[in-house]
Write a protein that binds this ligand. Sequence first.
Ligand SMILES: C[S@@+](CC[C@H](N)C(=O)[O-])C[C@H]1O[C@@H](n2cnc3c(N)ncnc32)[C@H](O)[C@@H]1O
Length: 306
Amino acid sequence: MNQHVPVLLKESVDLLVKNEEGIYFDGTVGFGGHSSEILGRLHKKGKLVATDKDFEAFTFCKEKFINDKRFSVYNTSFSNIDTIAKIEFIEKFDGIFVDLGVSSYQLDNIQSGFTFREDAPLDLRMNKNEGTPASHILNSFSQELITQIIWNYGEERLAKKIARMIIEEREKNKFESTAQLRNLIEKIVPQRFLSKTLSRVFQALRIYVNNELEELRNFLDKVVNLLNVNGTIVVLAYHSLEDRIVKEKFKYESLECICPPGTPICICGKVKKLKIVNSKPIIPGENEINENKRSRSAKLRAAIRV
Ligand SMILES: C[S@@+](CC[C@H](N)C(=O)[O-])C[C@H]1O[C@@H](n2cnc3c(N)ncnc32)[C@H](O)[C@@H]1O
């Protein structure tokens, strides 16, 4: 089974692990590609705490690392990092890592319900016990809201038209399956653009259903105070909106002062908490992209707690 090929593996773990006896966090354990590499660099006194919202990924890694006492994993969102730290009696981490989005397994596996290539329930939730399925959005949200979701999170220029068709279709048949949405989009979009449009629409719904951008913001807000001095936060993003959130947060936390220009003395009380490691994101090289097409949109950013 093609589970997932970890992206920018060496680059991310090189930046992350500086102390072989340190305590690390992998918020998106997936199939454990990055976690394996992190554990491989740690001494027996080191520790790795991981999370994944997806139950299958969680159980897979629980089993995979069952004999490694340095590893523990939770089936929850990485935005609960502060709660997990408390449960684990951890005050600060030496490195925090997230590899956003979904794994190749989730995208390709019919049961996961993320693929538009096969017919499956139109759900798109990573954690099936949380939030509402994508079908509910298509069946009950207003045309304006559906347009906004497809436009904002999918950057799909046919958003308005697709939303209008969705409203018309649901008067006749309620949305239940991925095939229904696919068939509808097939009617509007020429074959040569179909795959891209389908990817964008499904991605937009997935981001909305899983509250992905808000989870990332919450997580980043907590991270700065959960890192030891000289500890590193490393984020791998695949979507421009996610990357922008990371870039702006790192920039804000790296500023010493946010007083308006011309203020004679600093009154803002701002404290610099991060030092940006790479002003331009690190991206995969040609070889990696050729070997793993899904790595092509990856952007890696890192910052060090000061
Ligand atoms: C790109 S994959 C990670 C792959 C992993 N680095 C590996 O090498 O196997 C992203 C994973 O993050 C999980 N995920 C996405 N958003 C999450 C969140 N807010 N909290 C926890 N896990 C999340 C997904 O379920 C998926 O398993």
